[in-house]
Design a protein around this ligand. Sequence first.
Ligand code: G3P
Ligand code: MG
Length: 337
Amino acid sequence: MSMYVNLHPIKSFVRHYPALKRLGSSLAFVFDIDGVLVRGKRALPAAKRALAILDGNNRFGIKIPYILLTNGGGVSEATRCNELSEQLGIQIKSEQYIQAHTVVRSVVHRYKDTPVLVLGGRGDTLRKVAEGYGFRQVYNTLDVLAWNPSVWPFHDLTIEERISTKTADFSKIPIGAIFVFHDPRNWALDIQVMCDVLRSGGVIGAPPYVSECARKPVDLVFCNPDLVWKSEFDLPRFGQGGFKEAFQAVFKALTGTIYPYTQMGKPTELTYRFSEAVLRHNPESDIAGANAAGWKSILVHTGVYNPRQGPPKHKPTHEAEDVEEAVLWALERELQS
Ligand code: G3P
Ligand code: MG
């Protein structure tokens, strides 16, 4: 699903695209990734053609700006941009790429010196990403398991996992916030540790709080709400939203309530405003978010949405077979003299 916005009257942005200015337009595109540009590790053929069109291969002979906005993540922005540049055969720069946890940059200042738990991804990859955002005390659930294997007796750390862990005594560390950056690899371990942290007010192994009001709230942030997403497998796969549902079901069975949390990622306004700020300087969830942000939206048929299953839940500005058809339609609509 690709979206595009007309960024009238953003003078600062347009100066980078003088040809666009001459046409009196400040069109820009925001592309979803999974199901639109790639399927798993494979670039969709229409994606390369669509980006080539925006890179100047169009009848107007001009370059048109675009950014990539994904609920994916799990590695640093630079690493993913290198992968995408390889897959798409065109250089994707970090300043034109936003992934689910990039938006966390906008709240790091609140947790600079707070011990935080970062979930998802492989080994300690996301610890390094979080430290790159500015967090100073970053732990993950593998660190907890290395500290005390009886926290979750059903998983033995692999050699690779053990090497990635940071030594810490969690009986002395009051975790102040949990950030679920990307799809957890071990749902069971992560749900156990999350419940230990959230029920005790931060210290793993401390008894659960008896009454709700006594609880010192530990902040909980999920970066991607997607229940399912489109990867290589023919049918959509569970995403971070599935993990959130599983966690909340267990937490509710334990305490009778779900745990309050902050949701980031498309379609949240936070993520769309963050993207617009980048622009200025750059299905469902996508269409809903774009519509709410006042952007024009195009729904393509290569992602989760299948037109044979009836009309889409959120009405897009236009529907297209694939991203190339989407880009050509938008250019004609926005730039035709
Ligand atoms: O894990 C990624 C998935 O939830 C969707 O990614 O690129 O379609 O926003 P994307
Ligand atoms: Mg997608």
